[in-house]
Design a binder for this molecule. Structure first.
Ligand SMILES: Nc1nc2c([nH]c(=O)n2[C@H]2C[C@H](O)[C@@H](COP(=O)(O)OP(=O)(O)OP(=O)(O)O)O2)c(=O)[nH]1
Length: 333
């Protein structure tokens, strides 16, 4: 068992901090969760909640974070200058690591303030941008409309009914199942364009992108970082063409900024283009092919990068506009 809290940069919202639990959280955790109104809604929490279980569970959450299996975090807030534990929120990966099960609880005196949806949305956004998951699942007791409302507020949709064993209730109980993906949770419509919308239509946004191909025939994908629209999706490096710029000049600039490589316009071969309607704008994106550049590709903006064999591109979640491009690349390379 891990002996100290794992390295995990706290996630913040306007009111809350989500961070690994610490052993000195044990007394507050015990006090908050050893409350029938809280415990009765939780499948894996016994009632009464033994004092020593708090520290054991906290240490177990450290091992799970270290192993990349589950992230159970403390929800804290600041009250009169002091940090207060007010609940917990967690995600547990499925065996195939494509889905995660969401769970949370909030101490009774903090109910009715929207803490659970705020914390859960923050953790889900982090997970969708950082892990390889595509689905978030959750369940709520059929007799717990408050929790069902939280799950709906996060963006999850009903996905049937089930039965789950509840330690606190001493047996199986009927639950409602919920699930959702990136679109439901992040509400990701790409950003409105800077240009004025032409009458009756969406503005056209020009984005230049490139498939960098290395000597082994692998293509470079970059992961859109948390905080940007479509966070967590993999894309071809590139970016918006600024006013007065050519697409080639935009790419040369973006590749220097994002990957710290030098490319000349002569090495950018036009390959194909995407023309795709997003909710707020229409994307027009020439895709170039480039096999020669100067310098070593590095993630200059801290983004995740992957060199991917053309046959494996389908395994990476990409923006909808990229789907036809991927098929064409696969055929060409
Ligand atoms: N670079 C790139 N963008 C793509 C791809 N597919 C796709 O739909 N897009 C969309 C996502 C964004 O809405 C838009 C690119 O805009 P962006 O915001 O990333 O551009 P940027 O790097 O100039 O960023 P910023 O300075 O505006 O933050 O194009 C792709 O494969 N590569």
């Amino acid at each position: 068992m891990t002996a100290s809290p794992p390295d995990f940069a706290p996630l913040r919202t306007e009111r809350l901090t989500l961070r690994p639990l610490r052993l000195d959280d044990a007394p507050a955790l015990h006090r908050l969760v050893n409350d029938w109104e809280v415990a009765k809604t939780l499948a894996r929490v016994p009632f009464p909640y033994p004092r020593e279980l708090a520290a054991t569970w906290i240490a177990a959450t450290w091992s799970q974070i270290g192993a990349g299996e589950a992230w159970h975090l403390a929800i804290t807030t600041e009250e009169s200058g002091a940090e207060q534990l007010i609940g917990c929120v967690g995600l547990t990966l499925s065996r195939d690591r494509k889905a995660a099960e969401l769970g949370y609880w909030v101490g009774r005196r903090y109910w009715g303030q929207g803490i659970a949806p705020e914390a859960a949305t923050r953790l889900c956004r982090w997970a969708l941008a950082t892990l390889e998951i595509v689905t978030i699942r959750a369940s709520a007791l059929r007799d717990n409309p408050r929790s069902q409302a939280v799950l709906r507020r996060i963006g999850l949709r009903p996905a049937g009914e089930g039965v789950q064993t509840f330690l606190s209730r001493g047996g199986p109980m009927p639950v409602l199942l919920f699930e959702g993906g990136r679109e439901e949770i992040t509400g990701d419509a790409p950003p409105p364009a800077a240009a004025e919308a032409p009458a009756g239509g969406k503005p056209i946004v020009l984005v230049a992108a490139v498939a960098l191909v290395d000597a082994d025939g692998r293509v470079l994908l970059a992961r859109r970082p948390e905080g940007k629209p479509l966070a967590g999706l993999w894309e071809f490096p590139g970016g918006k063409v600024h006013p007065g710029e050519t697409p080639e000049a935009a790419l040369i600039r973006e590749l220097k900024e994002e990957l710290d490589i030098d490319v000349s316009a002569a090495c950018l071969g036009p390959f194909t283009f995407a023309s795709h309607s997003y909710e707020n704008f229409h994307l027009l994106m020439p895709l170039y092919l480039c096999r020669r550049w100067q310098g070593e590709v590095r993630a200059a903006e801290g983004q995740a990068l992957a060199w991917v064999r053309p046959q494996k591109l389908g395994g990476y979640a990409m923006p909808p506009a990229d789907k036809p491009l991927v098929a064409m690349l696969r055929d060409f390379l």
